[in-house]
Design a protein around this ligand. Structure first.
Ligand code: ATP
Length: 312
């Protein structure tokens, strides 16, 4: 993507966090990932990455999310994204990445993936490396299973590790209230808890088992923009594992569902709880109730676009 005028200044790119409105987990594959089928919805909680020319690649953070514990070296997903793009395009130079972080860290909403997606688009424009969308999607998949979706945005079905995307039809806007935890959960730990549970219950999934698929009722509800139907169809195979690791999330789910939510679901690998509500008024009411009970509650809508340039 060429962006005139970016060569001397900086480029700011906005990328969304996501909710998995369906997450089906199949067998553990040889590469250590699970075979999944998921319906992603990009929601209006955004990461902004400002890329400024520099000799090397570095990162800093600002915004409402505590980020002291985040790696700032080569383990940072945004740094890895910039280095990968430079290496693959032969670009000789770097960028300082200033990230305004709003998506909870290790919250199951793909915040680090959004940073990586935004960085790919920002550095591609800043450096004039002119990668097409498909190349950026392929680079994204090498950085993490959720990165391609943060590039694409909207509503999409992800299979394989979640990175093989096909856009899905979705009508209208869905309203969500998020109950955000201060302490994150590690994605691998939640998957390990699911594996251990399946082993205990002799529910191992054999290589011959069919690959998971997103249920038809989820697809229909998205296509018709029917929040009540989507509420009934929300599904997450990781939810029981997340609740086992964090039993108090069960109380949060009950509180939301008793106070106007159509349904609640653990987002991805947790611990964020996403409540689907019918309209903005119900969203405000639920946000007030959750806040009064001591939760950090945010209102978002979806779907929203994927990583896009805000300014240069
Ligand atoms: P997933 O995409 O697996 O659902 P998540 O949304 O639960 O992930 P992230 O916030 O993306 O979680 O981060 C998971 C871990 O990745 C963090 O604990 C952190 O150590 C590491 N990490 C590396 N770079 C970043 C980044 N730019 N932002 C957030 N976390 C990062």
């Amino acid at each position: 993507m060429t962006f005139e005028g970016a060569a001397h200044g900086s480029v700011t790119v906005r990328a969304p966090g996501k909710i998995n409105v369906a997450l089906l987990v199949g067998r553990l594959m040889d590469d250590g990932y699970h075979d999944v089928a998921t319906a992603y919805q990009a929601v209006s909680l955004f990461e902004d990455v400002r890329a400024t020319p520099a000799d090397d690649v570095s990162v800093s953070f600002a915004g409402p999310i505590a980020t002291e514990d985040l790696p700032t070296g080569n383990d940072n997903l945004a740094v890895r994204a910039a280095r990968l793009l430079a290496r693959e395009t032969g670009h000789d130079g770097g960028a300082h990445l200033h990230i305004t972080k709003r998506v909870p860290v290790a919250g199951g909403m793909g915040g680090g993936s959004a940073d990586a997606a935004a960085t790919l688009v920002a550095c591609d424009a800043l450096w004039g490396t002119d990668c097409g969308r498909d190349d950026l999607l392929a680079l994204g998949a090498r950085l993490g299973a959720d990165v391609p979706f943060a590039l694409l945005g909207g509503t999409a079905i992800g299979t394989g590790r979640g990175d093989q995307l096909s856009p899905a039809l979705s009508t209208g806007q869905f309203h969500w209230v998020l109950a955000v935890s201060d302490t994150g959960m590690s994605t691998p730990s939640t998957y390990r808890a699911l594996d251990a549970h399946r082993e205990r219950h002799s529910a191992d999934i054999s290589p011959a088992s069919p690959a998971p698929t997103v249920p038809d009722d989820v697809m229909h509800a998205l296509r018709s923009g029917d929040a009540v139907a989507l509420g009934e169809a929300l599904t997450n195979d990781l939810q029981a594992a997340a609740l086992q690791l964090r039993p108090e999330l069960g109380d949060t789910l009950e509180l939301g569902e008793a106070n106007g939510a159509l349904a609640g679901i653990v987002s991805g690998s947790g611990p964020t709880i996403a409540f689907l509500v019918s309209d903005v008024e119900s969203a405000i009411d639920l946000q007030v109730t959750l806040s009064a009970a001591g939760h950090r509650a945010l209102r978002v809508t979806g779907p929203v676009p994927g990583a896009r340039i805000l300014e240069a």
